[in-house]
Design a protein around this ligand. Structure first.
Ligand code: SAM
Length: 317
């Protein structure tokens, strides 16, 4: 099985600037690629706390990071619980946090996980297999208009209505390839996207819905920032426009640089009463991978990195 090549690794290290002896968090530890590079830079004396909602990813990370011994602690948790995890580890504030969103090659390449339309597998798509709802539940039970909304909102799929109708007619669907066929047949062939499989957007949308990816990100970011000590840095790598928009808006909002007031994705965190900026934005524009990195690792194609630095907040700020 192909291993996961970390995306924007060097660029992340430059912005995170890990220092020996520091305490760092990898909130999406996955196969441990970013975590390993950080651990190499924070010795001696540094600590890394790694989170993942996928128990299998944690087992892979455990193996890769075993040589760092007690410098690394891995916890099975959603990053929405990051501050709770830190408190349980007796940590008040950290020097840096990395979030590399989306799925890993380990997840994508395992047919049993149901993320890929290339090989038949169950319609699962749960990152956390202890969570009850699978993609099959959603595909086979949700009303047509809800399926359509998910495809339109999370997949930005212009053929959402046709695909939703075709899915409802073909139910029950059991495998990823069955679903991919239904989607491909619902889109007129002359409108198939040129560079991607016609089911790519549908699969992305279902994955986001099954794992509540956008809600989790929106909810977590303002709180994650509060886990940084003064001058601590947060690096977020996103893989599609909706995630990137959420990161960008949240950071502008927390830096109080938001140019035109809160938008839909910032409304929940914008109280209008936040008296002082929480962060300074380090990336005016997102950092994107070099052409050669994309050639080496196609998963990097849509990656964007944004970073912020925590600014000192006065006790009543
Ligand atoms: C792209 S991979 C990370 C790869 C890692 N940086 C590496 O170099 O090996 C993303 C990981 O984040 C995990 N993940 C996604 N959403 C999460 C969440 N809300 N909480 C915790 N982990 C999450 C996924 O299970 C997956 O293992």
């Amino acid at each position: 099985m192909a291993t996961h090549i970390p995306v924007l690794l060097e660029e992340t290290l430059v912005l995170l600037a890990p220092r020996p002896g520091g305490i760092y968090v990898d909130a999406t530890v996955g196969g441990g690629g970013h975590a390993e590079a950080i651990l190499e830079r924070i010795a001696p004396g540094g600590r890394l706390i790694g989170l993942d909602r996928d128990a299998e990813a944690l087992a892979a990370a455990q193996q890769r990071l075993a040589r760092f011994g007690p410098a690394v602690v891995l916890v099975h948790a959603n990053y929405t619980r990051l501050r709770e995890v830190l408190r349980a580890q007796g940590v008040e504030a950290v020097d840096g946090i990395v979030m590399d969103l989306g799925i890993s090659s380990l997840q994508l390449n395992d047919p049993a996980r149901g993320f890929s339309f290339q090989t038949p597998g169950p319609l699962d798509m749960r990152m956390d297999r202890s969570q009850p709802q699978t993609a099959a539940d959603l595909i086979n039970r949700f009303p047509e208009d809800e399926v359509r909304r998910i495809l339109r909102e999370y997949g930005e799929e212009r053929w959402a209505a046709r695909i939703a109708r075709a899915i409802v007619r073909a139910r029950p669907l059991h495998t990823t390839t069955d679903l991919a066929d239904v989607v491909a047949r619902a889109i007129p062939r002359r409108h198939w996207p040129r560079r991607i499989h016609p089911a790519t957007r549908t699969f992305q949308a279902l994955r986001i819905a099954v794992n509540h990816e956008l809600d989790d990100l929106e909810q977590a970011l303002p709180d994650v920032v509060e886990g940084l000590g003064d001058g601590g840095r947060l690096c977020v790598i996103t893989f599609h426009s909706l995630e990137d928009r959420t990161a960008k808006h949240t950071f502008l909002c927390l830096s109080r640089e938001y140019p035109s007031g809160p938008g839909p994705s910032t409304r929940k965190i914008w109280t209008g009463t936040m008296p002082a900026p929480r962060v300074r934005v380090l990336t005016r524009r997102p950092v994107v991978p070099a052409e050669e990195d994309i050639a080496r690792n196609p998963r990097a194609r849509s990656a964007k990195l944004r970073a912020v630095e925590r600014v000192r907040v006065e006790p009543n700020g």
